[in-house]
Design a binder for this molecule. Structure first.
Ligand code: C2E
Ligand code: MG
Ligand code: MG
Length: 366
């Protein structure tokens, strides 16, 4: 332990050190000390004829002493240290209570997700894909939600990313797939040849899961859903530039009769020439392209050209096209004129419960 003025340096163990600045006047003072330490470590050290390079990452916490325990202070300093490390070598970071609160909440969500899956706190809503010519319900997309006991209803944007990080997405995704196929089977029984296919989102991790093909085959067999009534949606990044195994899996699924769609097309970098070698049946054009087509009178000519080029390209490759995020009649008409087969969006229907969607399909058949 080294004392100096109002500074105390201590080694906590291993390669961890703490500098306590007492009576610090402002955060700038702590930053100065951090920079001083980082500068001091820039030169290599000579030990027994060897030159050793060392570096450090520093987490800075500044706060009044009253109401603080040493344990809390050390925990927050440790968290901040990891932020600094994540920024690269030789960096310091400042503690940010908001960022910390968000991370704690996300950690809590991640940690409770497996139990939530067991307790069936997740459920699936469905959103129709509508034929732009006849306005029939061609398909329905399965969209997962979490009915959280304390936080209420959470959308996928709140938890799918976390589930991808922890790997839970594989079992959650399998659960969604099974629910969706069970539901689609009910529609198949009720509506016969007019029943929609169900379109299920596949996360990148799922698409690389060696058990994917077997899981899908088992769920189709168990639920008795015709393979042609299942579509799997993958993002461009999941499909493009991957190793051979995931592509083999997609080919096997496609051979089973399952449809493969590329979701949010146009937002990633697709190798268009490569597209023709992929087992893909449908492109879903990202909702962002609909912005410029919102009003018939003020249509953005560039957006209109891009969208019609995408549709032509898809057709040249023998693919069908769904326009996502269709909110206005002008967008729906324009997409129909361009030759796009189906549309999905609030104009037709918001995502809803199986009961809502069953009624919607029945009404569309009247
Ligand atoms: P996505 O697959 O592109 O799904 C479409 C999203 O657009 C849905 O959001 C839907 O509610 C929303 N949407 C539909 N119509 C409109 C419209 O007219 N205007 C606008 N602004 N939005 C519209 P949601 O349900 O919040 O899902 C967000 C994303 O979460 C999905 O985007 C999908 O990538 C992911 N996701 C949802 N369910 C699953 C799942 O079971 N597994 C995986 N891996 N991802 C899922
Ligand atoms: Mg989707
Ligand atoms: Mg989409």
């Amino acid at each position: 332990m080294v004392h100096g003025d109002d500074r105390l340096v201590a080694r906590m163990g291993g390669d961890e050190f703490v500098i306590l600045l007492q009576n610090s006047r402002n955060i700038g003072q702590a930053v100065d000390v951090a920079n001083m330490v980082l500068n001091a470590l820039e030169e290599p050290f000579r030990v027994g004829g060897h030159e050793l390079s060392v570096g450090a990452s520093i987490g800075i916490v500044e706060r009044p002493v009253p109401g603080q325990t040493a344990a809390e202070l050390m925990r927050d300093a440790d968290v901040t240290l990891y932020w600094a490390k994540a920024e690269g070598k030789g960096q310091w970071a400042l503690f940010d209570p908001e960022r910390n609160a968000t991370e704690v909440a996300q950690f809590h969500l991640s940690a409770t997700m497996p139990a939530a899956l067991e307790r069936e706190e997740f459920y699936v809503d469905y959103q129709p894909l509508i034929g732009l010519r006849d306005h029939n319900v061609v398909g329905v997309e399965a969209l997962v939600r979490w009915q959280h006991p304390e936080l209420g209803r959470l959308g996928p944007d709140k938890f799918i990313g976390l589930a991808e990080e922890t790997g839970l997405i594989v079992s959650l995704g399998r659960w969604v797939l099974r629910q969706a196929c069970l539901q689609a089977r009910r529609w198949q029984d009720r509506f016969g040849s007019a029943a929609p296919f169900v379109s299920v989102n596949l996360a990148v991790r799922q698409s690389r899961d060696p058990a994917l093909v077997n899981d899908v085959a088992a769920i189709l067999a168990e639920t008795g859903l015709e393979p042609s009534r299942l579509q799997l949606e993958l993002t461009e990044s999941a499909i493009m530039g991957t190793a051979d195994e995931p592509l083999d899996a997609l080919r096997a699924l496609s051979q089973m009769g399952v449809r493969i769609a590329i979701d949010d097309f146009g937002t990633g970098y697709s190798n268009l020439a490569y597209l023709r070698h992929l087992p893909v049946h449908e492109l879903k054009i990202a909702g962002s392209f609909m912005e410029g087509l919102r009003d018939a009178e003020r249509a953005d000519p560039v957006d209109a050209r891009i969208v019609s080029t995408l549709v032509d390209l898809a057709h040249a490759l023998g693919l069908t096209v769904t326009a996502e995020g269709v909110e206005t009649l002008a967008q729906s008409r324009r997409m129909a004129d361009i030759g796009c087969e189906t549309g999905q969006g609030y104009l037709f229907a918001k995502p809803g419960s199986p009961a809502d969607i069953t009624r919607f399909i029945a009404d569309s058949l009247d």
